[in-house]
Design a protein around this ligand. Sequence first.
Ligand SMILES: [Zn+2]
Length: 227
Amino acid sequence: MPYRLHRHPRARRLRLRIERDGALVVTAPKRLRQGEIDRFVKAQEGWIARVRERLARAREGRDPALSGMRPAGIDLPAIAERWRVVYGAGETESPERLLRLPAEEATHATARRLQQWLKQRARRTLAPRVVELADVHGFEFQGLSFRNQRSRWGSCSSMGNLSLNAKLLFCSPEACRYVLIHELVHLEHPNHSPRFWQRVAELCPDYRQRVRELKTVWNRLPDWVTV
Ligand SMILES: [Zn+2]
C-alpha cells in the first residue's frame, strides 16, 4: 500500500493520517526501520479502508453545484445565508446575495478570490457575534482575525488575540457558537484543563455533541475552500 512518509525527530511512535483526497500519510520516529513501518501499515489496512470509505461517502453526499472549484452557489449554514455565484466581468457583490466573479480567470485564481470573500464574510458576520458573546459573559480580548486554517477551527494567543477559521461559516450555528465560546474561554484558561471544560460546559451545555459534529464538517467542505 503506497504512502507518504514523514520522518520526525520527536515522534515517539508511528502515526497514520488519511488526507481529504484519501492519500495515506505516515509519521515515523527518525530511526525506525522501513520494514517495521510497512508491517504497521499492513496491520492497519482495515482501518485505512474504513476511513477512505467514510471520506468517499461524505464527498459523494455533497451537492455538485456547490462543491466544485467553480461553484454555482455557496451555502453558509452558520449564518443561514445562501449565495449565488455567477461568472462575468469584474467582482461585485449584490445585497440579493449574488456574487459575481471574473469569468476568464484560472480555476485556482477563482478559488483564491472565493477564499478571500469567505474571510471577509466571516469577519462581517462573526466578529459582531464574538463581541456580543464577550460582552454578555465578561471576556476581554485584544484582537480578532479570520484566517483559512487547514486543521483548526480557532486559536487564542497568550496576548488575548483570537484567530478564527473562516470555514466556521460551513458549520451549524450551534457548532459555530461552540467554537467562539471555546476560544473565548481560553482567555480565562489558556489550556484544556478540567476547569476549562467546566466553564465551556456552563456556556455551551451540549459542547460534546458539537465537538463530534465539527469533525465531520471537514469532509464535506467545497473543493475551492481547501485548495
Ligand atoms: Zn482549545
